[in-house]
Design a protein around this ligand. Structure first.
Ligand code: FHN
Length: 426
């Protein structure tokens, strides 16, 4: 299977030096914010509303003429996100419903032609990201529940009233035209975040998305632009990072990552702040700041970034609870970001008590448990020169044993993340 998928990629891909540098910066940044925003937000039932409720796509499309997010303010969004400590924003330019949130020449089903708002949200966001110094990644759906040329059908979208014919080549060209717009009109794009190829691969593993050609086009337009694809499989040639949905690398709780072996590329895990990607009016069940922080720390412990999702409201505001969580995460990152940004996995990647991150000769032991363990054993080859609490610098007893070091942690106070900083001998 893996060679089959490999064939679909950009054969002979050699990332440019700018691309390799972008990968490094991405890996170092550890934290991004995901935004699922579209006309689906108006229904308040998540981004799959058309499909899950079996709504005719032509009826659904009428909602566009009522899309007027009067409170949208890119400057406020970017400022709130930046203050959380996140280093990049990934936003849906076009989700499975097929509606384009940017000004596209290739369809009238877009923010400019189909809504009274007539403002290019992606442009406003891109300009503000540039101004405030945060990277912009663009989510782009391969799957489309509205276009007739998204044919043959895949796994989903059978009840949305599309005509059962269409020319696949037209659709492929349409996607490439839109990708060209996105990579030409919005300044430097940090990444294209693809989603939806699984729609065909679920029914036909051999379905040829012609990804190789598409990836080559992207890298030609912006060599530094990274490509990630949420195909829930091991990376394909031409991709620049590997992503995991609702799971940390190596886990498979959500059931999407069964075949995703961890490769050599930078890693990213995406997760929702409440339970839904797109705005869901009923779901006020936002994870607490400590829970979110612990997730971020556990991801960093596995060498992965956390891409934390928010579903903006139809009026253009970020939900108050999301803003509260952004603020809380920012306060934590201001104090402890040094143990997260620019780190790699620390060696002990996941344990009930927590995880570890590493930077140079510093090893950070993140104790994420509510009940402090009496001892923590670390399989360390290096000698520990110094072991202190990151907060306050109090000494922590570190005892050399055969094959490692034992930290005496019984007297430490549990916290969201109680961090012991170890200085290792060179
Ligand atoms: O179907 C989408 C879903 O709406 C959302 O965009 C998530 C984000 O990872 N990805 C897809 C499911 O795999």
């Amino acid at each position: 299977v893996s060679s089959l998928f490999a064939q679909q990629g950009q054969t002979g891909y050699q990332p440019t030096p700018e691309n390799l540098q972008a990968r490094q910066e991405f890996s170092d940044s550890k934290f991004g914010i995901f935004l699922h925003w579209g006309i689906y937000s108006m229904f308040g039932q998540g981004e799959w509303y058309m499909e899950t409720s079996g709504i005719d796509c032509h009826e659904y499309a009428k909602a566009a003429s009522g899309f007027y997010p009067s409170r949208f303010n890119a400057k406020e969004w970017v400022a709130a996100i930046k203050a959380s400590g996140a280093k990049y924003i990934c936003i849906t330019t076009r989700h499975h419903d097929g509606f384009s949130m940017f000004d596209t020449r290739y369809s009238d089903y877009d923010i400019i032609d189909a809504t009274p708002f007539k403002r290019d949200i992606i442009k406003e966001l891109a300009e503000e990201c540039q101004k405030q110094g945060i990277k912009l990644h663009l989510y782009y759906s391969h799957l489309d529940w509205t276009r007739e040329d998204y044919y043959p059908y895949g796994y989903t979208g059978h009840n949305t009233g599309r005509t059962k014919h269409g020319d696949w080549n037209t659709y492929y060209q349409f996607m490439n035209n839109q990708l060209t717009e996105l990579l030409t009109n919005y300044g430097p794009v940090g990444a294209i975040w693809f989603d939806g190829v699984w729609d065909h691969w679920e029914v036909d593993k051999n379905f040829d998305w012609r990804l190789g050609e598409q990836y080559a086009l992207i890298h030609k337009l912006q060599p530094a632009c990274m490509i990630g694809n949420n195909h829930h499989r091991a990376p394909i040639e031409g991709e620049d990072f590997q992503m995991f949905e609702r799971d940390l690398p190596g886990e498979n709780k959500a059931g999407f990552s069964g075949t995703s072996k961890i490769g050599q590329l930078p890693l990213e895990t995406c997760e929702t702040m409440n339970g839904m990607w797109g705005y869901r009016v009923k779901d006020q069940n936002y994870k607490s700041v400590p829970t979110l922080v612990r997730l971020l720390v556990r991801a960093a412990g596995k060498g992965a970034n956390l891409l934390m999702n928010i579903g903006p409201q139809p009026n253009g505001e970020l939900p108050a609870l999301a803003l509260d969580r952004l603020k809380g995460m920012g306060e934590w990152m201001n104090k402890y970001g040094e143990t997260i940004y620019g780190t790699t996995r620390g060696g002990v990647e996941s344990s009930e008590w927590g995880t570890t991150t590493r930077k140079g000769n510093m090893l950070y032991v993140h104790i994420l448990a509510d009940k402090m363990p009496s001892f923590i054993t670390l399989p360390l080859k290096e000698r520990v020169k110094k072991a202190v609490l990151f907060d306050g610098g109090e000494k922590v007893k570190a005892e050399r044993i055969d094959g490692g070091v034992v930290l005496h942690t019984a007297d430490l106070k549990p916290d969201t993340d109680c961090i012991v900083a170890l200085t290792l001998a060179d």
